[in-house]
Design a protein around this ligand. Structure first.
Ligand SMILES: [Mn+2]
Length: 339
């Protein structure tokens, strides 16, 4: 189905009889996932539809101020029956900021078997197929696709201050405050449109980034002190142990953005952050890169992950020491690209 056909199809849904939408971000939702979901929900409600949002796991504390964030139902064992009921009742499922249903585990099985109409809006590479798709892997954030959808439907007037706040926060989150190479003139034009709705850009920055607890700052200090720089491979890597997290009173989201410090080094093209998760027995890994070094492929081939060309994630089921050794062992294979 072409984008144009998808739009026409969506238009019918939007202007048709009232339906129950269920909007879902990926697990461990970030600013783009949450902002895009909340913005989309505000938009759909303007047409009289019932809209629920379910997050597969909790979201970080620095997003708790987003407009209507209290309406997001977070899945947990306790909420199990409530969540299943909402999935069961939904006529339209809206998947936001992820490309495969495995990103919404453990809800994926229920969503897969649901007969509801399924729409995907996302900017990751190689998405799975759904009934309607609004996808562009070149878009710097899913919020850009939400904005485009609203614009192409001719509904820019529907964007009020709250909706603008949600989308702007999403944009800032996924573009490293408009620094990443994915940012285009369109990104800034959208940001300008959103600012014209009366939001305070500085306030968004402060709410997202000027919120370090003392513990988080200590964790960052410790992580930076342990940073290793491999000039030969233009690579910087860091790790966070479970013990460090415990010592620094870790809260969900505290390591967000740490990996970018590696990339702020002059001459570094690849940055990696390894986070030990003892409860799950895994190492979570974040990769960031500059220029053409493709961390999506790197994460996919070696660490069961993926994402975008310059920002991706992965996982290792070995311990921290073995994981780091493997990572270091892979670098010589990329010597040509990392020089
Ligand atoms: Mn995103």
């Amino acid at each position: 189905m072409s984008y144009k056909e998808a739009l026409a199809n969506f238009k019918k849904k939007l202007h048709g009889p009232t339906v129950k939408f269920l909007v879902l971000p990926h697990k461990n939702p970030d600013g783009d996932a949450m902002g895009s979901c909340l913005g989309l929900a505000l938009y759909l409600r303007k047409f009289g539809h019932e809209v629920n949002i379910i997050a597969p796991t909790d979201f970080p504390y620095f997003l708790r101020w987003l407009p209507n964030v209290d309406q997001v139902l977070v899945f947990s064992e306790k909420q199990n029956s409530r969540v299943k009921k909402k999935i069961h009742e939904a006529n339209v499922l809206f998947f936001v900021d992820f490309n495969t249903l495995s990103r919404v585990e453990p809800l994926d099985v229920f969503l897969k078997s649901s007969p509801a109409f399924k729409i995907l809006i996302d900017h990751h590479l190689a998405p799975e197929t759904f009934d309607l798709m609004f996808c562009d892997p070149l878009a710097p954030a899913t919020a850009v696709l939400v904005f485009r959808l609203i614009e192409q439907m001719g509904h820019l007037d529907c964007i009020d201050r709250d909706l603008a706040m949600c989308l702007y926060t999403a944009l800032v989150s996924d573009t490293g405050s408009f620094r990443f190479s994915s940012v285009t003139s369109e990104t800034h034009i959208i940001a300008a449109h959103l600012m014209d709705k009366g939001i305070n850009a500085g306030e968004v920055q402060d709410r997202l980034y000027a919120i370090y607890t003392q513990g988080r700052m200590r964790l960052l200090t410790k992580t930076l002190q342990g940073m290793k720089i491999l000039a030969e491979y233009r690579t910087a890597y860091m790790y966070v142990t479970s013990q460090d997290m415990e010592d620094c009173h870790y809260q969900k989201g505290d390591t967000e953005g740490f990996v970018n410090y590696g990339l702020s080094l002059k001459n570094v093209l690849l940055a990696a952050l390894f986070i030990e998760d003892c409860t799950k027995g895994i190492i979570k890994i974040s990769f960031r890169s500059k220029t053409n070094f493709d961390v999506n492929t790197f994460a996919r081939e070696h660490f069961q992950g993926g994402g975008h060309k310059n920002a991706a994630g992965g996982v290792s089921r070995e311990d921290l020491k073995a994981t780091l050794e493997h990572f270091l062992g892979f670098l010589p294979l990329y010597k040509d690209q990392l020089s």
